[in-house]
Design a protein around this ligand. Sequence first.
Ligand code: SF4
Ligand code: SF4
Length: 453
Amino acid sequence: MVETKRVSGFNENACTRCGICLNKCPVLQYSLDKSKTEIKRLIEGKETSEVLFKCNTCFSCNIYCPEDANPYQLILERWNDLYFIRGAPSLYTFVCPTREPNIWQLLNIFLSTTEKRWILRWIYNTPDPDKPILLIGNYTHLFPFIIGGSKLLEYFSPVDLIDHWEGGAYLYQGGFLDVVQRIAQNTKEDFDRWSNKKIVATLDAVQYIYQEVHPKEMGVNHHQEFESFQDWMLNMLNSGELTINNKLDLIVTIHDNCYSKVSNGKYWKAPREIIKKCGCRIVEMEHNKQDSLCCGFGAGASWVRNISIPFDIIYEGIKKFEEAENTGAQALVSYCGGCIYLLWATRELLGSKIDIFHIIEILRMAIGEELNYPDDHIERAWDIIAIITYEWIISLFKPNFSIKTVSYDEEKSTFRPRDHIFLKLIRISFNSALIRKVYRKFFLLMMRILNTR
Ligand code: SF4
Ligand code: SF4
């Protein structure tokens, strides 16, 4: 493996210490004076009163900064320092494909035969060099029916390598920067071994990571062309290769994910155009685009206590639901597969009635494809809630850890679930409407007791 040098994305020389970034932050909302103090402490590497323990890793401060100094990346650097001191919380095993038990391994217990067939095909696929690669990605993998079986896949050679870690996108947001660098090197070896010139990512975050973060911050240059799936879908509609046969006539609101705010919001336009072409009317939430609130995931990045992480995450997600429901929209549309799994889990835990669609599902319905909506999503949300509950209980008895390996062993052993009888029992109990209701109440109570926000 070639040694590469990591470069901080924060431009300290450009920063005037004006404090605007943390003053405008929709989460922290500091006074200007406090904001100036806190940014100085971050730059000097001193402990801050709250920033590192309340930031939702939403990217907005980069847009607010008038000097393009990238304060967000400064926070990531400080989280990386903290990671070297205290490690990752034991619950983080959940999203580490090279540790056991992780969500992808456990989810195998609940995948349908059809889903397993899709996933195995994507995992063991040797890319066809004449087609663009489609990176299915770790999070779309959790809801493979979002794209599995669709004619959209015919244009691609789909690849689903869980130990690509979405190029490190979600680790980057948690400040695991040294691990992201190792992932950048690993993925480059895979991409260079394949001869495909174009790579399309279902997540805009993943396109951004490969195109911007790996070369500029991790010192790893990829030679392939990267495109986001949103841009690909819009181009297909504009060129007439995909046609709308079934205008949807839905009123929807849009969740702009954290990574959509990079490069001054370059990802905001395409999803809105696609949604309109599909016959939907858009009503925006109070916080949208540059001010958009996090789906909740970001609360895990600024974790304080392992025990409270799931409750902090759902607590942050509630704000998104309140705003979405206040618009009067029939559905909330996300163009990020990472947010979708949390939004669905939150919807079920809150008992919310608003529909949630991935933008791929909106397009699929509009081109005339049938979905088993919402049953597939509701059942998968409870699979995931069961896995989170199980992992949370296990994590209470385990210490923090460091991420040592970023690749599977040769037999992809971490993808094979062992016998997790207790997890199966939890999931079976969630088939009961009464248990779901009781669990919702329990979760909300625990949120009040344990929440650290
Ligand atoms: S990333 Fe978002 S939550 Fe964190 S400081 Fe910046 S604006 Fe605030
Ligand atoms: S990062 Fe930008 S907004 Fe924040 S203090 Fe520095 S110059 Fe001001």
